[in-house]
Design a protein around this ligand. Structure first.
Ligand code: ASN
Ligand code: ZN
Ligand code: CA
Length: 332
């Protein structure tokens, strides 16, 4: 079968109008991207198992923007995988989740009223539910980046998904999910340090998590304590999410892309940020070179300091900012 790359147009629920690289078989277009490791998107049509059915049609325009059009969530998923691919490739030189040039596939319309999305190492695939009343798909970009980054973590540090290492695993996904959102910089999904701000998972318009002050969700930890590892990993992650925010943006009042934040520190001392780009390099190098399955918060401080030393030098402004940001979340 002869196939070629084509350029389609998509209208997603959350990504809005975007361009998609698709595959033309000679008779049909497929939601499959040979320029990014062959990544493709299928529909599970409300089932909860199997690879699903590849999106395929005779025109190359996909979705309407409305969740009621089933293709719209597929556009979000396929675009989310594409941007996550481009983010890792162009920011870190990483080719795919395993770094082997192979793309992961995505499945949408999992089950019914399923309010979650998840990465699965065994299928090397991404899955999205349709949310409450099957009208709130979980296909926002920071969720895509979050879930696929779980695959990066399991193929690198392998942080155990419980205790403090579990919090670091979750935070790694929030950090890179957020950086994917900034990388895409879409008009319909203004980049921020909030997680899942568009999917209305709480039913009252609030985001799932806040990186500048994680306790705003009512459960996450802003600062390390000796019992933080007893919390659910989605709450113990707050310490590292807060660290990353402080490292990138600094403490106190700040507006980024029109969104206002006010990030506190444990000791009250001000932290000056080094910017997202440098903070991203520090976290990625720490994750891929220094962290292991059992890394805890104290060891994460050491891992990121080692990464900053490699990248910017011991005693550099960046190195000192890493130390100050950890001290700001009570990790010393
Ligand atoms: N969406 C959840 C997460 O990535 C799925 C899970 O509990 N692992 O954290
Ligand atoms: Zn997660
Ligand atoms: Ca966000």
């Amino acid at each position: 079968v002869q196939t070629s790359n084509a350029t389609g147009t998509g209208n997603g629920v959350f990504v809005g109008s975007v361009s998609l690289t698709t595959n033309y078989t000679g008779t049909a277009y497929q939601l499959k991207d040979a320029t990014r490791g062959g990544q493709y998107t299928t529909t599970l049509a409300n089932k909860t198992s199997g690879k699903g059915t590849l999106y395929s049609k005779t025109t190359n325009s996909w979705g309407s923007g409305a969740a009621s059009n089933g293709e719209s969530a597929a556009v979000d998923a396929q675009y989310g995988a594409a941007v996550t691919w481009d983010f890792y490739k162009n920011t870190f030189g990483r080719s795919g989740i395993r770094g082997d040039g192979v793309g992961a596939y995505s499945r949408v319309h999992y089950g019914s009223n399923y309010v979650n999305a998840f990465w699965d190492d065994s299928c090397f695939c991404m899955t999205y539910g349709d949310g409450a009343s099957n009208t709130h798909p979980l296909t926002e970009l920071d969720v895509s980046g979050h879930e696929m980054s779980h695959g990066v973590t399991s193929n690198t540090a392998g942080l155990n998904y419980s205790g403090e290492s579990g919090g670091l695993n979750e935070a790694t996904s929030d950090i890179f999910g957020t950086l994917v959102e900034f990388y895409a910089n879409l008009p319909k999904d203004n980049p921020d340090y909030l997680i899942g701000e568009l999917i209305d998972i709480n039913g009252n318009g609030t985001p799932l998590r806040y990186m500048d002050k994680p306790s705003k969700d009512g459960a996450s930890a802003d600062y390390w304590s000796s019992t933080v590892g007893n919390k659910d990993v989605h709450y113990s992650s707050g310490v590292a999410n807060h660290f990353f925010y402080l490292l990138a943006e600094g403490s106190g009042a700040k507006t980024v892309n029109g969104v206002s934040y006010n990030s506190p520190t444990y000791n009250g001392a001000a932290v000056t940020g080094i910017g997202r780009a440098k903070a991203a390099q520090v976290w990625y190098r720490a994750l891929t070179v220094y962290m292991t399955s059992t890394t805890n918060y104290k060891a994460a401080r050491t891992a990121t300091l080692n990464a900053a030393k490699d990248l910017y030098g011991s005693g550099s402004t960046e190195y000192n900012a890493v130390a100050a940001a950890w001290t700001g979340v009570n990790v010393s």
